[in-house]
Design a protein around this ligand. Structure first.
Ligand SMILES: [Zn+2]
Length: 265
């Protein structure tokens, strides 16, 4: 009993430290406004609205051998198109990329490598560019599966995703984990949860800032954690729940006030 309590406590502490330091590693005051890269959520309105940005490219830069599953790239295109208005379309652009770093990553390292390899400025003409890098190596906290480091840049750590698959018959599979983590990180670029606004509904997990308390939402706090396979053994959430979607439509309509935006309609 005591042992299992200790185990649960240890696991909880691990997850808490991961979600505070890791998943949103880039937005904890590291970025100044001067570099114009913004924080996760700073290009939420640019995505949600079609007033200026009528098309969007989701740029996937992957290290050799780390190309994401096509189910992940199909899903992210679908999930973004469900919430963002892009009449000229959303394109996923895959590029094999040699990153200098193949070891341990920091939020700063993800940001600088990301920007080094971006094909375009995030706001180019009428096209919005968001980028997910899939590098070799792990985050400095290797229980972190993915991070959102600024307004347009996320990273997914394939080695950690591979290890995070579930213990029972491989459920959830590494592919399912990758599907969910990619949507989760892009959800942070949309400002979820309460990153650049305050939801009228109390659905932010009080112990995991920036995350949902609903285990059926892809923004559920455990989705970023390598313990996800131990926490959820069945189907992982891979979509935004109704509260998430209501937040996004409120931000778009202006009913919900937004902060830190790099562009406004
Ligand atoms: Zn997260």
């Amino acid at each position: 009993m005591v042992d299992s309590f200790k185990k649960v406590l240890g696991l909880t502490l691990l997850i808490v430290s991961c979600s505070v330091s890791g998943c949103l590693g880039g937005d904890l005051g590291i970025l100044g406004d001067d570099d114009n890269k913004g924080i996760p959520g700073s290009l939420a309105l640019a995505c949600l609205s079609s007033q200026k940005y009528t098309s969007m490219v989701i740029e996937i830069d992957y290290a050799p051998g780390y190309m994401p599953e096509s189910s992940s790239t199909d899903l992210i295109k679908q999930r973004v198109s469900e919430v963002c208005d892009k009449p000229e379309g959303i394109t996923v652009k895959l590029t094999e990329t040699n990153f200098d770093n193949q070891g341990t990553w920091t939020a700063d390292g993800v940001r600088s490598s990301g920007w080094e390899h971006k094909s375009n400025d995030p706001m180019t003409g009428s096209t919005l560019y968001w980028q997910a890098i899939f590098p070799q190596g792990t985050y400095n906290d290797d229980s972190v599966l993915g991070v959102a480091v600024d307004a347009s840049t996320v990273a997914i750590f394939g080695d950690s995703v591979e290890e995070a698959k579930g213990p029972i018959f491989g459920r959830p599979s590494a592919e399912e984990v990758e599907n969910s983590v990619l949507v989760h990180e892009i959800g942070h670029l949309l400002g979820l949860v309460n990153r650049v606004y305050t939801s009228p509904v109390d659905h932010e997990d009080k112990d995991h800032p920036g995350h949902s308390n609903n285990e059926d939402s892809v923004m559920y706090w455990a989705v970023e954690s390598s313990d996800i396979g131990n926490i959820i053994s069945g189907d992982l959430p891979d979509e935004f729940d109704q509260d998430d979607k209501n937040d996004l439509s409120g931000m778009k309509s202006g009913e919900i006030e937004t902060t830190d935006q790099l562009w406004r309609p």
